[in-house]
Design a protein around this ligand. Structure first.
Ligand code: MN
Ligand code: MN
Length: 269
């Protein structure tokens, strides 16, 4: 069983800036850049054949709204048939179809969501598909029973009410120590918005929110969270905001560690 990598070049649900549609290509370039290699910290070398496969990008050009949602789900299904899948956004709106499709194979799926923002808006600029709303859509559909959000530092009144309504477990930045003892007794989907990182570590995102996690903090969570990780996404890289490609390299590093984690948990011992 090899881990599948699927690009989702979509940013027309971004509320502030376009750019993340170019992220899958930028992350691939960084992954294969000669300045580093494909080793992971657990010893798995992604340069070895058969461990993972790049399934390319979903054909999303010109698609928006429900058509884009359907296009993402249609591209993800054959990937899930082949193995656990890491989806590369794209803005965070891609997580709604990704998680809704994954939960069909993993009933009882929990979601671990790393982000500066809770993305629980009932509505943003009249767009139910907004990148500020995917977790509201998933929770109101009942598809996800447990959502844990880590790194939150922008909880306004509306989203606090939404979190209360849906029973979201929020671990805000000021209580971040609790994230390192998290445990799941269900399959877990890990949704990683790069703006959970402090902008000092990841300037190439649309929404700079100071006071975030370090790259090492996020790697530690990927490597050590207790539970079986069966799917993941990495979203919100905005190459037009990047400085010397450092955020793309950071995204590639996190992608490698996510692939290693998915590979390990596909055959838990
Ligand atoms: Mn987000
Ligand atoms: Mn965010």
């Amino acid at each position: 069983m090899s881990v599948q990598l699927l690009g989702l070049p979509q940013d027309n649900n971004s509320s502030y800036l376009a750019g993340p549609a170019a992220a899958p290509a930028a992350i691939r370039d960084a992954l294969h850049c000669d300045s580093s290699n494909l080793s992971t910290e657990c010893g798995l070398d992604l340069g070895d054949t058969g461990l993972w496969r790049d399934a390319g990008d979903a054909p999303l050009a010109g698609l928006a709204g429900q058509a884009a949602y359907d296009g993402i789900a249609a591209a993800l299904i054959p990937c899930l048939d082949a193995g656990p899948t890491l989806a590369l956004g794209g803005d965070h709106s891609v997580s709604w179809p990704c998680i809704a499709t994954t939960v069909e194979r993993w009933p009882g799926l929990s979601v671990l969501h790393l982000d500066a923002h809770p993305d629980l808006y009932d509505d943003m600029q009249g767009n139910p598909f907004s990148h500020a709303s995917p977790f509201a859509r998933l929770l109101e559909s009942g598809a996800v029973s447990r959502l844990v959000q880590v790194g939150i530092r922008t909880l306004n009144r509306h989203q606090a009410e939404q979190a209360e309504r849906f029973g979201v477990d929020i671990i805000p930045m000021r209580e971040i120590e609790r994230a390192h003892t998290l445990s799941f007794d269900t399959p877990v989907y890990l949704s990683l918005d790069l703006d959970v990182l402090d902008p000092a570590f990841a300037p190439g995102v649309s929404h700079h929110e100071p006071g975030g996690l370090s790259t090492r903090d996020v790697i530690r969570l990927i490597q050590r969270v207790k539970g079986r990780v069966v799917g993941a996404d990495l979203v919100e890289l905005n190459p037009t905001r990047d400085l010397n490609g450092v955020t793309a390299m950071t995204a590639a590093k996190l992608a490698k560690e996510l692939i290693a984690r998915l590979h390990r948990d596909a055959d838990p011992r």
